[in-house]
Design a protein. Structure first.
Length: 148
């Protein structure tokens, strides 16, 4: 199966906010959900564990990657995994100022609260790492799905 392409750009600076509607409309949500279903997600940084190189950074959610994929950094596509059941709900377009790269971090089975948590985690210190949230559906839909 051919993997859908990921939005990336090696040039600096780039207005990630301007990319939000383009990515939202063009991203292959269903294709990436199928890839996750087929390959699974390897959690290499469970919730509440420290980053291996920066021990002061503690992951608020399970964090891992999709085996057999490659992001712009050459490693597997990154994924935050929540406790919900909604599937692939969004992604965060990130700029890592230390590594000088950009990538997309997927949000899988994340509840609305977990989406806000992942977004806040990425944007904790924007001099190091910053990201723009792109949702598959609007946040209100995600909240409505949680109502009885």
């Amino acid at each position: 199966m051919n993997e859908p392409s990921f939005p990336s750009d090696a040039l600096f600076p780039l207005d990630l906010q301007a990319l939000r509607p383009i990515v939202s409309g063009q991203f292959s949500w269903a294709a990436w959900e199928r890839i996750i279903d087929e390959r699974g997600i390897t959690i290499d940084r469970p919730a509440h564990t420290a980053h291996p190189e920066y021990p002061s950074i503690v992951y608020p959610l399970d964090y891992g990657f999709i085996p057999g994929t490659a992001g712009t950094d050459g490693d597997g596509i990154d994924v935050f995994v929540g406790g919900g059941v909604q599937g692939l709900v969004g992604l965060i377009l990130t700029t890592d100022h230390r590594q000088r790269d950009r990538e997309a971090k997927l949000l899988f089975d994340c509840t609305p609260t977990e989406i806000y948590t992942a977004h806040g985690f990425i944007n904790y210190d924007r001099t190091l790492l910053e990201g723009v949230l792109v949702l598959r559906d609007d946040m209100r839909t995600l909240w409505d799905d949680r109502l009885p």
